[in-house]
Design a protein around this ligand. Structure first.
Ligand code: OAD
Length: 237
């Protein structure tokens, strides 16, 4: 059994929990309906904070009504199994939901931030946030109104935890990407880094990702089916 596994997850792992994906081949993803440049950039927030906050309010409400699915639970089992054998799982997610944690994953690197947290643009304090967020809210730390934003990474901003991610990539002896289209960097480049270190790479996805040719193995299907089967195989190896 591989000892240190690196798993990158994307919106596809939460799709069966009812949270939409961003892009698919049918043009039904969130970014086919909404312009990310008007909703997910620091410039958009500076220009029109109400619209940006309302978009994330809707997503936060959806998340609060969603539940983890079999894929999230299987990844929590994988972390526990590796831990018992003296290894570790680096679970890096592009998702801003908390479904991995709610399924029992103990250590999750949220490289694109977390929807259930708010950050103050004035004092940088980050705190849990489950309610709608408005420009009228004052920062509980510094008292400034109008500076609170969702603690998520927008286009043009640097993802979180990249040092930690780099170290985990160099330590891994198996790399898997689950439910991600391979369209957004730097996450889409992790598979190339793993390959450069000689690590076997596996894609689990509904449709082939943009970077599918960089994977040694491909398992197409719904994450709620492919991920538990893959975890059982890996744990049994
Ligand atoms: P995408 O929406 O780009 O890709 C979702 C992937 O999941 C696609 O490859 C789908 O085929 C696959 N998929 C859909 N349903 C699935 C299912 N039931 N089981 C398995 N796979 C399924 O999402 P990401 O790659 O995560 O960033 O997107 C990356 C980033 O782009 C996001 O974090 C977000 C977005 O813009 C920011 O907002 C900064």
């Amino acid at each position: 059994m591989p000892k240190n596994i690196f798993v990158l997850t994307g919106a596809g792992v939460s799709a069966e929990s009812g949270l939409g994906t961003f892009r698919d081949k049918r043009g039904e993803g969130v970014w086919a309906k909404f312009d990310p440049m008007k909703l997910a950039t620091p410039e958009a927030f500076a220009r029109d904070p109400e619209t940006v906050l309302a978009f994330y309010d809707l997503r936060r409400r959806n998340l609060l009504g969603a539940e983890p699915n079999a894929a999230h639970f299987a990844l929590a089992r994988l972390e526990a199994a590796l831990g018992q054998r003296g290894g570790s799982l680096a679970l890096v997610t592009q998702n801003i939901d908390d479904l991995h944690e709610r399924a029992g994953s103990r250590r999750v690197i949220h490289m694109h931030g977390e929807l259930l947290k708010a950050r103050c643009n004035a004092c940088a304090a980050v705190r849990p946030w489950r309610d709608d967020l408005t420009v009228a809210h004052a920062c509980p730390e510094c008292g400034r109104a109008g500076a609170l934003r969702p603690h998520v990474v927008w286009f043009g901003e640097t993802p979180l935890g990249l040092d930690l991610i780099g170290r985990a990539l160099r330590k891994a002896d198996l790399f898997a990407a689950i439910g991600t289209s391979g369209a957004v960097y730097p996450a889409a480049g992790f598979v190339a880094e793993a390959r450069a270190c000689g690590v076997p790479t596996c894609e689990l996805n509904l449709e082939a990702a943009d970077n599918a040719d960089l994977f040694d193995e491909q398992r197409l299907g719904a994450a709620s089916e492919t991920v538990p089967a893959w975890v059982e195989e890996v744990v049994g190896r």
